[in-house]
Design a protein around this ligand. Structure first.
Ligand SMILES: [Zn+2]
Length: 241
């Protein structure tokens, strides 16, 4: 590939592109080999080496480029709920012509992270945590390299609540998509407490509370968590029958 794909291929017209927005000075178009499901590029039509080396251009042109970046990024954010804006420099910059990448969605070829959550029931009540989005959720967190899901949920519950639990039984798994740009594989376990200790709230959450099963229905929480809570209550009830 040439050192300046934009002058040599795109702006010369040799490589056709799908244009999103064009002004007298600036061109925004779909990346020809996208790394993300939404991947747009914004370039000045005049040759500018990079963000830190404007060459013969002045800052007025840079502002014109940024004005287009803002407009296109605003549209991507409205359509997809999120947008990344980046520009590369030095060894990271493949094509030596200033260009901004605007993207949304997980990078192609990357697997979504796994989050392991636990249902802890004590005296007929389930431990739930309220997060900064004002949603209730199960304690638990991201699977670390080399860790088993059972070890992960025990570690996370120790960190978040100070409770000693064992993952007794897998309850459910599904792909959670809080935003179209963010997918997480959730795995839930029914947990059993070893030594009964008072639950302590870590600084990761705003509030912790023990809820009865009939209260869980009215809480703001992802449906998958509710399903897992119900499943563990049912299994515990069957076990004590
Ligand atoms: Zn150029």
């Amino acid at each position: 590939m040439s050192k300046d794909f934009y002058c040599d291929e795109v702006l010369s017209g040799r490589t056709p592109v799908r244009v999103v927005l064009e002004t007298d000075e600036v061109l925004a178009f779909h990346h020809t080999r996208p790394f993300w499901p939404v991947h747009l590029v914004v370039v000045p039509k005049a040759h500018v080496p990079s963000l830190i080396d404007l060459g013969d251009a002045d800052e007025v042109l840079l502002h014109q480029v940024l004005a287009v970046v803002r407009r296109v990024a605003d549209q991507v954010t409205r359509e997809h709920g999120a947008c990344r804006v980046s520009t590369n420099l030095g060894g990271y910059q493949d094509s030596k012509h200033l260009h901004f990448h605007l993207s949304a969605g997980p990078p192609f070829g990357q697997q979504p992270p796994v989050s392991v959550k636990g249902v802890v029931v004590r005296d007929g009540r389930v431990a739930l945590l309220r997060n900064e989005r004002d949603e209730w959720e199960l304690p638990g967190g991201k699977l670390e390299p080399g860790e088993s899901p059972e070890a992960c949920v025990a570690r996370e519950i120790e960190e978040e609540l100070g409770l000693a639990v064992e993952a007794s039984r897998i309850l459910d798994s599904w792909v959670y998509e809080p935003l179209p740009s963010a997918r997480v594989v959730i795995v839930t376990y029914g947990c059993t407490e070893g030594e009964i200790m008072p639950a302590a709230l870590s600084d990761e959450h705003a509030e912790m509370e023990w809820f009865r099963l009939d209260e869980v229905g009215r809480l703001t929480m992802p449906e998958g968590y509710r399903r897992s809570v119900r499943a563990w209550f049912t299994l515990l009830e069957e076990g004590t029958r």
